[in-house]
Design a protein around this ligand. Sequence first.
Ligand code: 13P
Length: 287
Amino acid sequence: MLVSAKEMLEKAKAGHYAVGQFNINNLEWTKAILQTAQELNSPVILGVSEGAGKYMAGYKTVVGMVNGMLEELKITVPVALHLDHGGYEACYKCIEAGFSSIMFDGSHYPIEENVAKTTELVKVCAEKGLSLEAEVGSIGGEEDGVVGMGECADPQECKQIADLGVTMLAAGIGNIHGKYPANWQGLSFETLDAIQALTGDMPLVLHGGTGIPADMIKKAINLGVAKINVNTECQLSFAAATREYIEAGKDLQGKGYDPRKLLAPGAEAIKATVKEKMELFGSVGKA
Ligand code: 13P
């Protein structure tokens, strides 16, 4: 059964480790992540962006697929199904479809509007027992070939949003989605430290987990990060393994064209990436 991310993140924050959010794109992704979490006895959060939800034929399809897998694969570790960077309307759609966790990304609104909409969703999620992630300070990334640098959130605004009763808070600290550019300045630990000082026990979320060096990840966890989002890195591993298979001509040998064979190396590569991250984040054995 899907669970809210509240308990696993409170335990992570208290225990000084982080739970990984791995974004899913299809059945192979979902299965690879769930099997790895079970094998390593780690809690896990499956992230679904609005785009990925649409790609997978809608949120209800995703809920059906994930619930089916939890049962058929006998997954017993805590699993949360989480909307990633949801707009206001997507939040309601996912709540209705049966997600166990929601991110409302109001970071692009003026702070007053972010506060108003987050307040409303805190109430709705509390009634249904769902966890809610809010965001302050937008997280940069590549858009139309231009890499936007991540903003640093205002710690006072973080406190304002944290005090509304959200479960976890994503705050921009110079992190960005996708690959980091060569001239990236690194994470702003000064900002993270200031946010943690004002938000106390609130589990903090680090987006853009792909490509952040291990020492920075460890330092971020020490400063209160309890959830780390990874998406691009699984995509890169999947693509590299699939490329290798095709380039070796394996799809042309026997029934190598069978999707169950063609997609297998990519799925194994996702498992290896998820394992590496869970070990780095310290969530292994914490289910
Ligand atoms: P990456 O794609 O950089 O790993 O970021 C994932 C993320 O933050 C999803 O919200």
